[in-house]
Design a protein around this ligand. Structure first.
Ligand code: 6MZ
Length: 363
């Protein structure tokens, strides 16, 4: 199943701090004193099943280690390089802008550190800012598969766009601050807003004003929806009509009907759902029913570092578990082009690229 790796893929649901390399996390943890280090090491090395509650504890720990400008820059660079190395050609990376007065970090300077990380990637060409009308042709178009083989010098290229996350712990004012920042940062490739964080915390009504404002201003919105059993919130979220939702696990029949009629694409994070014990096994995962019902779906990693996975691995799991072949998996990947939040120019580029790959792969 090498083709799961070599096939071009789109990642639309990746949290920056959750995608950190384990080696980087362990290296950062060595700065702690011995007692704290051994505790942290234990949590970091416990890859297997962690309940959702434990996962959010781990995020608090990760944030202690990563929330300074240089580290944010470093992990952004590494995460983009890691996705590009497994043939992700479009990455929508999401992160929660953080403020930490003690080190002079504002939400804005946090995002500037992320942008610095994008600029510092050198193993691959990164296209992260939207294009003006007169610069639509890119210096380095996505290389075709044959070119890749014939021309050793042809460099990989990845499109990266950013989503700013509102954490469910935040107030309406803090959420609004994130949306305003996203608006200021549009010229640097910020395309939308995500609502995430511990799903057992907070109320929909708290974030609604900021999400409405985001939409009025033309930002795209995706929501973590149905990660825990909360029928009323799922209804409210679907009524808001986000452009995509993530997870969609605890859906009842009427939620499903509503989702189906609105055709909202779902970001599927299989390994994450299983590792957090939200879904008992791959076979019991809702992916297969929704795939058979032809609902728009995109496979994603969620937190490739925390759950020790990769997008190629997610493709492999789906192909093996549900008996999907190369062509079906390619189409699953290609369909995701229609759900991206970047502008039409990028979409058109990706469509052309997928067409050329399809020809080369004789699909
Ligand atoms: C909900 C999640 C998540 O933003 O610091 N996050 N929120 N459900 C999940 N499923 C397991 N995985 C990650 O990345 C880490 C943050 O992303 C959100 C949480 O708020 C977490 O603190 P950033 O880059």
């Amino acid at each position: 199943m090498e083709w799961c790796f070599s096939m071009p893929k789109l990642e639309l649901h990746a949290h920056l701090n959750g995608s950190i390399r384990n080696s980087t996390l362990l290296e950062l943890a060595t700065a702690l004193d011995e007692k704290d280090f051994s505790e942290v090491e234990h949590v970091i090395l416990k890859y297997d099943d962690r309940s959702l509650k434990e996962v959010f504890k781990l995020f608090d720990l990760i944030h202690i280690l990563t929330t300074d400008h240089d580290t944010v820059t470093r992990i952004t660079k590494e995460v983009v390089e890691d996705f590009a190395s497994e043939n992700v050609v479009y990455l929508e990376l999401r992160t929660t802008p953080k403020r930490n007065d003690s080190i002079g970090m504002s939400k804005r300077s946090y995002i500037e550190a992320v942008l610095k990380g994008l600029r510092s990637v050198n193993s691959v060409d990164v296209d992260f800012a939207p294009h003006s009308e007169d610069s639509k042709t890119f210096l380095n178009p996505l290389p075709s598969t044959t070119e890749d083989k014939c021309n050793r010098d042809s460099r990989k290229k990845i499109f990266v766009r950013l989503l700013l996350s509102i954490d469910r712990r935040e107030t309406t004012e803090a959420a609004m601050e994130t949306v305003k920042l996203a608006l200021e940062m549009r010229q640097y490739g910020v395309v939308g807003i995500d609502l995430s964080g511990n799903p057992s915390i907070g109320e929909w009504i708290t974030y609604l004003p900021a999400l409405k404002f985001a939409r009025e201003q033309g930002l795209h919105v995706t929501l973590h929806c149905g990660e825990v059993r909360n029928p009323k919130e799922i209804h409210n979220m679907l009524d808001f009509h986000p452009e995509r939702i993530g997870h969609a696990i605890f859906f009842e029949e009427e939620h499903w009907r509503k989702l189906k009629s609105s055709n909202i694409p779902v970001e599927i994070c299989l390994t994450s759902n299983i590792r957090t014990l939200s879904v008992p096994s791959v076979d019991a995962h809702h992916f297969v029913d929704w795939y058979n019902a032809k609902h728009p779906l995109v496979l994603c990693t969620d937190d490739s570092g925390v759950f020790s996975t990769s997008l190629s691995n997610e493709y492999k799991i789906v192909a093996m578990s549900f008996g999907l072949g190369r062509k079906e998996m390619f189409e699953l990947s290609r369909n995701a082009v229609e759900f991206i939040f970047a502008d039409n120019g990028v979409k058109e580029d990706l469509r052309t690229y997928f067409n050329s790959v399809a020809k080369n792969m004789e699909l």
